[in-house]
Design a protein. Structure first.
Length: 120
């Protein structure tokens, strides 16, 4: 029983560690996604606004709908495969529609600065 409790506490601590150190940074020039995927493993992805093609979100399941959390998906220029989109995902963020709308607003501003046109 003691070993089972230690294993459970270790799993919970590692999960919290990975969640706490995974962050998303949004600037006027780029988006940065830092995912802590293990105790000693971190993945950092960045995309400049000029490379963004589409921003959307998804909420899966009853709990995600009730508690208003989900994934914000940023698709970029590049080849897409059947299993994965080209770009990255902000996973399990609160209020994904609001975040997606704000990112789309910044994207439209950057597009208007560069091309003088807006994308709907």
């Amino acid at each position: 029983m003691y070993v089972a409790n230690l294993v459970l506490i270790g799993i919970l601590a590692a999960t919290f560690h990975n969640y706490y150190l995974s962050i998303q940074i949004v600037t006027t020039e780029r988006l940065v996604d830092v995912d802590q995927t293990g105790i000693l493993r971190r993945e950092v992805n960045e995309v400049f606004w000029t490379e963004v093609q589409n921003i959307n979100y998804k909420q899966n399941g009853l709990l995600a709908t009730i508690f208003d959390y989900g994934d914000v998906i940023i698709e970029t220029a590049g080849a897409q495969t059947a299993s994965k989109t080209s770009g990255f995902v902000f996973e399990n963020v609160p209020q994904p529609k609001k975040i997606s709308d704000k990112l789309s607003h910044v994207y439209n501003e950057k597009r208007e600065e560069k091309y003088g046109t807006k994308k709907v």
